[in-house]
Design a protein around this ligand. Sequence first.
Ligand SMILES: Nc1ncnc2c1ncn2[C@@H]1O[C@H](COP(=O)(O)OP(=O)(O)O)[C@@H](O)[C@H]1O
Ligand SMILES: [Mg+2]
Length: 357
Amino acid sequence: MASITIRNVNKSFDNTMVLKDFNETIADGEFVTLLGPSGCGKTTMLRMIAGFERPDTGEILIGDKVVSSGKTFLPPEKRGIGMVFQSYAVWPHMTVFDNVAYPLTVQKLKKDAIRQEVERVLEIVHLTQYAERVPSQLSGGQQQRVALARALVARPQVLLLDEPLSNLDAKLRESMRFEIKEIQTRLGITVIYVTHDQAEAMAMSDRIVLINDGVVQQSASPAELYDHPINQFAADFLGKVVFLKGEIRDGRIHPDGTDQTLRYDGNRQGRIELALRPERISLSTESGELEGVMVSRFYLGDVSDCRVRVGSVDFRVIAPPETFYRLNPGDRVFLTLREKLLFDEDGSLEDKLRIRT
Ligand SMILES: Nc1ncnc2c1ncn2[C@@H]1O[C@H](COP(=O)(O)OP(=O)(O)O)[C@@H](O)[C@H]1O
Ligand SMILES: [Mg+2]
């Protein structure tokens, strides 16, 4: 097991900056996810940790060993890492057993030792009874578990996973999240996981490193990131959010597009941007902070997804499922905002109000 230290790493391709001043320390046994939109530099960072790319500047340490710096560059096979990619990358002509055994065969381990280690990891990924099959006889999820077993067989200090679940269907993707997390907890291994899927990142990670355009925006636990996003990008990328522009004056928030105002307990004045999570707004037929009209509502089974018009502003509200049956378009309703995230125009979190109701 090992920690990973990334110091002042910069990387360009063809004079285009792909990663800027990347600094991050990943603790021994921690599960850290690099999260961000496609093209933000996640894979490039992972490949630099693995030793498939060289940083332009900065250094990378695995444990206390420098694996990459101005002077040093350790090749991937000397870094003690296991890696799984998006595409299954298992050899179609080899059995599951031989696929998984491959890294140990290359190391020229004795046959008995290889068998023992392969059986150990096949059990971890629940593939023991499939050892003699070839990949075409397996489902996508099982093939990805073969890749995972192969990454784990040489007992790496660090496991790097690059969108390993993106080729799987939604249901399987969700169950594999828990499996990977369970394996990581059981082995106590350090994991760096790459995904653009915020739900996946939220479900699995001890910590999320949110990246946009090659720059780390925020590095925090899933709960911290969701509850205290540092800027609009972070608020928007994780979960659902609706942004409203407005102004604070005379101790009240005045959203643009309506005469109704909102409670404000801070001491700021002037233009702001308000971010609202639709599941943190309560809907009532009796009373609330704002009065509006139900415009539409969709029954999604677990919730009702509603639009409520206040003045010329539409508020999205995720309400309990029975709301769909109780309220119709045109009905008068009241909203209570249980949380308000306020941002400066430059996008930083100004302050947050949670009004308990
Ligand atoms: N070998 C390469 N040569 C040139 N450009 C690259 C190379 N690898 C990645 N890029 C560019 O670097 C940026 C980041 O890519 P990548 O790290 O793959 O992003 P992500 O994994 O977040 O989707 C993209 O604009 C991509 O086109
Ligand atoms: Mg990628």
